[in-house]
Design a protein around this ligand. Structure first.
Ligand code: FAD
Length: 485
């Protein structure tokens, strides 16, 4: 086991991509195997010492930032243990990165479908947050890929769950641990919205117990190993940037694309006028008159890039696009460049947030398809009326974009906060979720309360108490730690 306690060495473990300040911890422990991890947790539970689990630190919600106690990093549990091409699955340790897995799969003609934009995320972190990304439009979130988990509870027990092995009856379950102890869990009574969702604990009648541990934000267990489903690499992934004269045209085009069920669309991503202004700094060729854009990817047989481009262009023109304002990737290199260009936008926003010194004010709301355009107009109107600097981009295919308020000076902080809360209230009133992929962490407690109310939150607290009786793991993630007293 490695121990770090020097303040300079541990500095990077006290922050994440939320830009939330004030993180502090006594030390960082880096176990090299599950037995070491188990001993650390037994000791911490006996001393009631808070533990923050650290993955890649790329979360935007503050959930990886400790406020006291110790940090336990999974970085040394980082092997890709096996890849089984016939079974289309792999076994990985929690500290391996998404990028490590994608590279290893690529060599075997396979790919891992859960594709968060930030490739330095650890696989354990993506499971703990039920991450998704552009391609979850076709393949679903991380949850869908998880077949088995190996975990350590705060009480030190090491246990495994295979999907299908242990189900709730209604909302209750009782399960045994290898040492003989039994745990009973009663799920909260809320119903989750029928949209892409990563807000609070996953809850459904008769659900699989493994699903409770996916999206738990480091509050219920430490995930050490996972078996994940893979897919055969499609023969060709084609992609396109279609630029439009205004934002509404690009929304309408995205709606059209969603209707094309016969096309194997992998992702449908949106860029607002302000997002394009940021992208123009990276690439001056972004059409000067464009005020909205859609990036999309399609999989299919090899050698069909030209015929696909013809098919798309006809379609793009119906929404006012043109050949001149459409970029089509003509080879794999182009496709890679497009993907990096698409990724540049969250990175650019994070750079602005970091430079401002303020925490991130970004929504992660998804609403049912029928209400999506109403939500988009709400974002646009409120941002226009307020005048605060803003950027909207994201996974429009899943009725889910990130609306970022970017305060430039301290006086704008209150406004950024209140605009985001307005968005949240609107999203909830339209039957949506306050977090479709990033989770709640330490900065969105108020949003979760809008969604599930005090009752839902206190029922989540009971779930945590059943699995972490000493209340040491991921304190202040999902709900305030005071509720655990
Ligand atoms: C530029 C950028 C783009 C992004 N794009 C996307 C995107 O497209 N989709 C998306 O979903 N997210 C996105 N994110 C957010 C982030 O990448 C994901 O939330 C990711 O899953 C976090 O993984 P991580 O390893 O960095 O976790 P961390 O940040 O280290 O931790 C996140 C949470 O998981 C817990 N945790 C970590 N490891 C474990 C473990 N082994 N066991 C139990 N709990 C654990 C931590 O305690 C914490 O609560 C983006 C972030 C950035 C900066």
């Amino acid at each position: 086991m490695i121990t770090k306690s020097d303040s300079t060495t541990i500095k990077s473990y006290l922050e994440d991509s939320s830009n939330l300040h004030g993180g502090h911890a006594d030390k960082v422990l880096i176990p090299e195997n599950t037995a070491e991890l188990s001993s650390i947790l037994i000791e911490c539970t006996s001393k009631k010492m808070p533990v923050t689990i650290s993955g890649g630190g790329t979360t935007t919600t503050g959930s990886r930032i400790p406020f006291g106690g110790i940090v336990v990093s999974t970085e040394k549990l980082n092997r890709i243990i096996s890849i089984d091409k016939r079974a289309l699955s792999c076994v990985v340790e929690a500290g391996a990165t998404v990028d490590d897995l994608q590279s290893a799969c690529g060599k075997e003609g396979l790919f891992y479908t859960s594709h968060p934009t930030e490739k330095n995320a650890f696989l354990g972190g993506t499971i703990a947050t039920n991450a998704s990304g552009a391609r979850s439009y076709r393949y679903g979130p991380t949850r869908k890929a998880v077949k088995r988990l190996k975990m350590v509870l705060a009480t030190g027990e090491i246990f495994e769950l295979r999907r299908g092995e242990k189900l709730f009856t209604g909302r209750g379950v009782s399960f045994g641990l290898p040492g003989g102890r039994r745990i009973e869990v009663a799920l909260p009574s809320y119903d989750m919205p029928n949209v892409k969702n990563a807000a609070g604990y996953f809850v459904k009648d008769d659900m699989d117990l493994i699903d409770l541990f996916i999206g738990q934000e480091g509050t219920l267990s430490v995930i050490t190993e996972a078996e994940l489903g893979l897919e055969l690499k499609p023969p060709e992934i084609r992609s396109c940037f279609a630029f439009f004269k205004d934002e509404e045209n690009s929304w309408a085009f995205a709606e059209d694309l969603k209707g094309k069920k016969e096309w194997k669309i992998l992702s449908v991503e949106y860029f607002s006028e302000n997002a394009l202004k940021l992208l123009r700094r990276k690439n001056p060729n972004v059409p000067p008159a464009s005020r909205g854009a859609i990036f999309f990817e399609e999989e299919g047989e090899e050698g069909q890039r030209y015929s696909a481009a013809d098919r798309w262009l006809k379609f793009i023109k119906t929404r006012g696009g043109s050949v001149d304002d459409t970029w089509v990737a003509m080879n794999e290199k182009d496709a890679e460049n497009f993907t990096s260009f698409r990724y540049a936008i969250p990175e650019a926003v994070n750079e602005i947030v970091k430079a401002s010194g303020f925490r991130k004010f970004s929504t992660d709301i998804a609403v049912p398809g029928g209400n999506f355009l109403e939500m988009m107009r709400f974002y646009k109107d409120l941002f226009r009326d307020d005048g605060i600097r803003n950027v909207v981009f994201g996974h429009i295919g899943e009725n889910h974009v990130h609306a970022n308020a970017l305060p430039v000076q301290g006086a704008e902080l209150r406004r950024a906060e209140s605009i985001c809360l307005e968005f949240v209230k609107k999203g909830v009133s339209l039957g949506g979720t306050v977090s479709a992929e990033h989770g709640i962490g330490k900065i969105k407690h108020m949003y979760l309360k809008e969604m599930y109310g005090d009752k839902g939150i206190s029922e989540m607290v009971m779930v945590k108490k059943a699995l972490d009786p000493g209340a040491i793991l991921g304190l202040d993630n999902i709900f305030p730690k005071e509720l655990l007293q």
